[in-house]
Design a protein around this ligand. Structure first.
Ligand code: ZN
Length: 142
């Protein structure tokens, strides 16, 4: 088997991200009351340990990554054009019985220490990246 990466060093690519937002799910036992009362005795809810529920992460779907910064006053994330990355490091991990896993580090997000990107989440054009997002998003709905 000859390994052939989808991209090479120095290639400029667009990447896709899956945003997650925190959501609080109320405890089904105490209904968020944090305590339970039985026979006139009240104690900490044994299911949520008095937290009233749990925080989970909800996917907001895949989209093409953009440059952005948070406005200090409104806390709203302002977004600009699509973020382009330059591939500076490529790694391949292939264990017997699994698919080859290509990962990439980029000049813009740190090489050595920084973000590790899956090569499968990188695309040559915004259009390709967008159609990959559309496919991932429609798959997750079915
Ligand atoms: Zn509870």
């Amino acid at each position: 088997m000859i390994y052939q990466p989808k991209f090479n060093l120095g290639d400029k690519v667009f990447h896709i991200i899956n945003l997650q937002r925190p959501e609080f799910v109320e405890c089904p036992m105490c209904k968020g009351m944090k305590t339970i009362s039985i026979n006139g005795e009240t104690d900490r809810c044994p299911k949520c340990y008095g937290r009233g529920g749990d925080q989970t992460w909800v996917s907001e779907g895949w989209r093409v990554a953009r440059y952005g910064r948070e406005d200090r006053e409104t806390r709203i994330i302002l977004e600009f054009g699509f973020e382009q990355l330059t591939i500076c490091q490529i790694r391949l991990e292939h264990t017997k019985g699994s698919f080859p896993e290509w990962t990439v580090m980029c000049k813009e997000t740190g090489v050595g220490s920084g973000t590790i990107h899956q090569m499968g989440h990188l695309f040559e054009t915004v259009e390709e990246a967008q159609s990959a997002c559309d496919k991932l998003n429609s798959d997750s709905l079915t």
